[in-house]
Design a protein around this ligand. Structure first.
Ligand code: FEO
Ligand code: CA
Ligand code: CA
Length: 586
C-alpha cells in the first residue's frame, strides 16, 4: 500500500454503498451500475482477479513461443488508459473475481456480510483485507493452494459498520484477524476458478503462534514478559509482498508494522531504535484494547515484527517461522534466486524514502540438509550473510556485508539484524527512492530488477536515483558479477524512468502511449516477460495499472487497468501460463 505518496490519489475513500445486496460479488468486476458497490466491497475490500484467455491465445504469446527459447514478446493488444470503475483487460482475455475479502476461505465457512457485522471469529475463517503478495502452489494443472497476504484494513464503514472503537477487545481482534495470510485451495471448474473445500485451508492472523529463528532469536531485545525466551511470538502484520522458495514454502513480508504500536502512558519517550522504524506513530490504535501493542508495557514487542516469515502452505500445523537472518526492516517482497554454488539468495527492499536494498546469501547450498524433508524445522534461511547495496555513480556497485566487525557501533549479529536500518546506514549503503519489489530473471544468470516507486522528498539526485522530487519512480536492473547472485559486486543500469513518457519533459524514458508512474509490484513470468504493477498517482488520467515489458526489445505494453482508487499488486500464474492472478487492493 502506498503510505508515502504525497499525492494520495491512491487514498482509500470508500463510497460506503452497502445496500446492493442483490448484486452477487462475482459480478462486481464488470463495474457499471455496481460501481459504488465495487468501491465499497471490491475496491475497499481486496479481491484477486484472474485473467484467462477466452480463445486459443495463451498469456505466453501463442504461436510465437518456441520451446527451449525464452520469448518475452508481447502478443496482446494494449488496453487504453481509463478511469473506469472496472478491471480492463485486452480483447481475448476474461477477468473474473475470486477470493474477495470476507468470503469464507472454504465453502461452508461464515458468509460475507454487507452490513459488516460479522464477528472476529467469523473473520478468522474468512479472507482478510488488503490483498497484496500471493503465490499459487499447484497440486495439479487445475488445482492448487493460493496463499495471499493481507496488508492493511479499511476500518470505518467497511470492516466495521462505523468508526471502530479499539478499546473494545472484540474490535481489535476482528481487525487483527483481517490481517495476516490466507491459504485457500482453488480449482478450475467449468472455466472458472473457485475456492473449494480443503484440508489445507488456513488463516494466519496477527495472533497466530510463530517461532522466531536465526541469529536474533532469543536476544534480550526480542524478549517480552509473555515470552521470556524471545523465540515464540504471536502473529504477523502488514503483510505486503511475498516470495516463494524452491522447497515449496511461502515467504510473507512484514512492512509497516509500526502502525499498530503506541501507548496512552504519559511521558513515554520512544527509543532511538523505535524511532528508526517509526514506532510510536501508529494509526491503528490496537494498544487501546490489546496491551501487547502498548509500548510502555511491552517495549520489545515491535522488535518481533519487521521480519520475513516462512510458511509451509502444505502443513497447517507448522508454526510460521520468522527468519531473522534476513534482517528487520519494512520488507516489500522476498525474491528468491540461486547462487552459483547453490546458495539460497533472497533479495528484499525496505520501502521507505531513503532506505535500502538488501540480499541474503545462505551459507550452505539449499539442496543440502534436510529442509526439503522438514522444511519448517531447519532452513537455509537461518544461516548466512545479509548484504546491503551500494550503487556507485559509475554503474558499478557493491553488496556490503552486515556482519560484526565491519559495522561500526554494533557488537553482535543479533543487534545488526534487529536494527538493520541503523547498520545499513553505518556502512554507507545508498539511500534509495523507496525500494519496492524485486524480480529475478528466470534464466539470465545473476540478473534482477527492482522498482523504486517515488520520492518527492529527494533534493539531491545521484546516478541510481537520478531525479530530485521523483514523482514517478524508476526501475533498475543489476547484473551480479560472474552471473552469480551470490557475488559481492555488480554492475547496474536504469531500465526505465517512469512518468508521462518520452517527450513529456519529466525525464521519463518510456513510450508515452504505455506510460505509467509509481511502479511497485514486479514479477517475471517463465518466458522472461516483466510484469509491472503500479501504486500511486499516474502521470495521465488512468487508474492504477499493470503493464508487461519485453526486456530484450524494451517494448512496454499496458495489459490491465484496475478500478478506481485501487492498487494493483501481487502476481502469480499457472505453469501453463493460461491464467494469471493479480490483486486489487483497497
Ligand atoms: Fe506494501 Fe511498499 O507497499
Ligand atoms: Ca507495494
Ligand atoms: Ca507502493
Amino acid at each position: 500500500m502506498n503510505l508515502f505518496d504525497d499525492d494520495r490519489t491512491a487514498d482509500r475513500e470508500p463510497d460506503g454503498a452497502d445496500g446492493e445486496t442483490g448484486i452477487t460479488r462475482r459480478h462486481l468486476i464488470r463495474g457499471g451500475a455496481a460501481a459504488g458497490v465495487v468501491a465499497a466491497v471490491a475496491v475497499a475490500s481486496p479481491v484477486e482477479v484472474s485473467a484467462t484467455p477466452t480463445g486459443p491465445t495463451s498469456l505466453r504469446g501463442g504461436s510465437r513461443i518456441r520451446h527451449g527459447h525464452r520469448n518475452p514478446s508481447l502478443a496482446f493488444e494494449a488496453v487504453a488508459i481509463n478511469e473506469d470503475d472496472a478491471v480492463t483487460v485486452p480483447g481475448g482475455y476474461l477477468a473474473q473475481v475470486i477470493n474477495p475479502w470476507g468470503d469464507p476461505i472454504e465453502p461452508g465457512g461464515p458468509a460475507f456480510r454487507f452490513d459488516a457485522r460479522n464477528t472476529a471469529a467469523d473473520q478468522a475463517r474468512q479472507f482478510g483485507m488488503g490483498h497484496d503478495g500471493m503465490a499459487l502452489f499447484e497440486i495439479s494443472r487445475s488445482r492448487g493452494l493460493m496463499v495471499t497476504n493481507h496488508e492493511a484494513i479499511d476500518a470505518e464503514s467497511i470492516l466495521f459498520p462505523s468508526a471502530p472503537d479499539y478499546s473494545d477487545t472484540e474490535t481489535v481482534r476482528k481487525a487483527q484477524n483481517a490481517h495476516g495470510v490466507s491459504v485457500a485451495e482453488i480449482a478450475l471448474r467449468g472455466g472458472s476458478w473457485r475456492t473449494i473445500r480443503s484440508r489445507f485451508a488456513r488463516r494466519i492472523t496477527a495472533n497466530t503462534p510463530m517461532e522466531i529463528t536465526g541469529p536474533a532469536a532469543g536476544h534480550p531485545l526480542m524478549r517480552t514478559s509473555a515470552d521470556p525466551s524471545g523465540r515464540r511470538s504471536l502473529g504477523t502484520v502488514n503483510n505486503c509482498g511475498d516470495g516463494r522458495t524452491p522447497w515449496r514454502t511461502y515467504l510473507t513480508c512484514e512492512e509497516n508494522f509500526n502502525r499498530y504500536f503506541g501507548t496512552t502512558a504519559g511521558g513515554f519517550t520512544p527509543t532511538e531504535l523505535m524511532e528508526r522504524y517509526g514506532v510510536g506513530e501508529g494509526d491503528n490504535p490496537w494498544w487501546l484494547g490489546d496491551p501487547r501493542f502498548d509500548l510502555a508495557e511491552n517495549p520489545n514487542e515491535p522488535n518481533r515484527f519487521g521480519w520475513i516469515v516462512e510458511i509451509d502452505p502444505f502443513d497447517r500445523d507448522a508454526a510460521p517461522r520468522k527468519r531473522t537472518a534476513l534482517g528487520r526492516l519494512k520488507h516489500e517482497n522476498a525474491a528468491f534466486a540461486e547462487g552459483r554454488r547453490g546458495q539460497a539468495v533472497v533479495y528484499t527492499g525496505d520501502d521507505e524514502r531513503f532506505q535500502h536494498l538488501y540480499k541474503f546469501v545462505s551459507r550452505h547450498a539449499w539442496r543440502r540438509g534436510d529442509w526439503r524433508r522438514h522444511p519448517m524445522r531447519t532452513s537455509p534461511l537461518d544461516d548466512g550473510i545479509l548484504y546491503v547495496a551500494r550503487f556507485d555513480d559509475d554503474g558499478t556497485g557493491e553488496w556490503v556485508p552486515l556482519v560484526p566487525g565491519s559495522v561500526p557501533g554494533y557488537a553482535s549479529l543479533a543487534e545488526i539484524l534487529i536494527d538493520t536500518r541503523g547498520a545499513a546506514a553505518a556502512v554507507g549503503a545508498t539511500p534509495m527512492d523507496r525500494p519496492e519489489w524485486i524480480a529475478v530473471h528466470p534464466d539470465q544468470p545473476g540478473i534482477a530488477y527492482g522498482t523504486f516507486t517515488n520520492n518527492t522528498r529527494r533534493t539531491e539526485a545521484d546516478a541510481a536515483n537520478p531525479r530530485a522530487n521523483n514523482r514517478s519512480g524508476h526501475i533498475i536492473r543489476w547484473h551480479n558479477d560472474d552471473g552469480d547472485h551470490a557475488a559481492t559486486s555488480f554492475t547496474w543500469s536504469m531500465f526505465a524512468l517512469a512518468g508521462a513518457g518520452l517527450g513529456s519533459g519529466d525525464g521519463s524514458t518510456i513510450p508515452p502511449g504505455d506510460a505509467f508512474g509509481s511502479p511497485d509490484g514486479l514479477a517475471f513470468d517463465p518466458d522472461g516477460r516483466l510484469w509491472i504493477q503500479t501504486d500511486g498517482s499516474q502521470p495521465m488520467p488512468c487508474n492504477n495499472q499493470m503493464l508487461a515489458a519485453d526486456p530484450l526489445s524494451g517494448d512496454i505494453r499496458r495489459f490491465l487497468v484496475g478500478p478506481k482508487g485501487a492498487e494493483i499488486t501481487g502476481w502469480t500464474m499457472t505453469t501453463d501460463q493460461r491464467t494469471m492472478f493479480v490483486n486489487v487492493q483497497h
